[in-house]
Design a binder for this molecule. Sequence first.
Ligand code: ATR
Length: 279
Amino acid sequence: MTQKFIKAAVIGHPIGHSKSPLIHNSWIKDYGLTGSYEAIDFSCENLKIGIDKLIQDGFSGFNVTVPHKINILHLCNSVDDLANIVGAVNTVVIRDGLLHGTNTDVYGFVQNIKEDAPHFSFTNGPALVIGAGGAARAVVQGLIQEGVPEIRIANRTQANVDLLIKTSSSPDRVKIIHWNEKSQKNYLSDVNLVVNTTSLGMTGKDPLDIDLEHLPVSTLVNDIVYSPLQTGLLLQASKRGNATVTGIGMLLHQARPAFAAWFGVMPDVSEDLKQRVLA
Ligand code: ATR
C-alpha cells in the first residue's frame, strides 16, 4: 500500500531564516516517510487567506512563528490549555478542515534540560528567569509543571512581568526581581537554575549584564539563545564551574511533538541533526 503524502509547513514573516524545514525534512528522510515541510511567508494581512489555502491544499498542519504566534490563537477552532496559558500557538493540526492549536515550546524547554542535564532536579530550589516575553511564558509554565518551588523573574519592563504573572497558572510561585538587582546575593545565593529568555547575548544584540559571583557552583545555567551557542552567560557560568545547557535543544525538542502530530512518529534528536542545524 502506498503511504499518504503528508504536507506540513512553517508560516511566518519573514521566514527565510527558519531552521524548521531542515529539521522536519531530515526526519521525513530518516524515518522513510513520504511528505514535505516547507517555509511559507504570509504577511499579517494575508494570514487568514493563506491558512484557508493550506486547508484547501490538504496540509496536515503547520508551525507558526513570528509575528503570527498570537494572532493565530483567534483563527483556531480549538486551542488547548497549554497554548492558552502561554498565550501563543506555535503548532496547528488540521483535522477535517478545522484548526487545532497547541504550544510545544514548554515541552521543548523542559526536554532540553532533561536530556542535557539528566541529574538536574527541578524541585531542588528556586529558579531565576531573565525576561518576561513570549519565550519566558513557555519557560515559566515548564518550571511550574516541573514543580519548581519559586520562580524569580527579572525583566527590564515591569508591566510585562505583571502581565506574565497575571496569566500564569500558579501566580503565587512567581516573584519579581528588579532588573538592576538580578546579580545581588540575596537573589542568587539559593538559586537552583538560571534561564535567560531574552535576546540579550544573541549575535548582533547587546550582551546580558549579569554577575554570577553569588551563584552556587551547583546551579545549572541555561540560555535559550543558540546563536552563538556559547553565549556570554554560559561562558561566565562554565568558567566558574557551573553546569550549562545551551539553547539549541529547545529548538529541536519543540519540533518533536509537532512532527509526531502530523507524521505519526515521535522523532529523536541526533547529534548529527544538531550539528547540521548549527552549521
Ligand atoms: P520572545 O517571544 O522571543 O520572548 P519578546 O516577547 O519580544 O520575544 O520578549 C523579549 C524579551 O527580551 C523581553 O523580556 C524583553 O524585555 P522587555 O519586556 O523589557 O521589553 C527582553 N529584552 C529585549 N531587549 C532587551 C534589552 N536591550 N534590555 C533588556 N531586556 C531586553
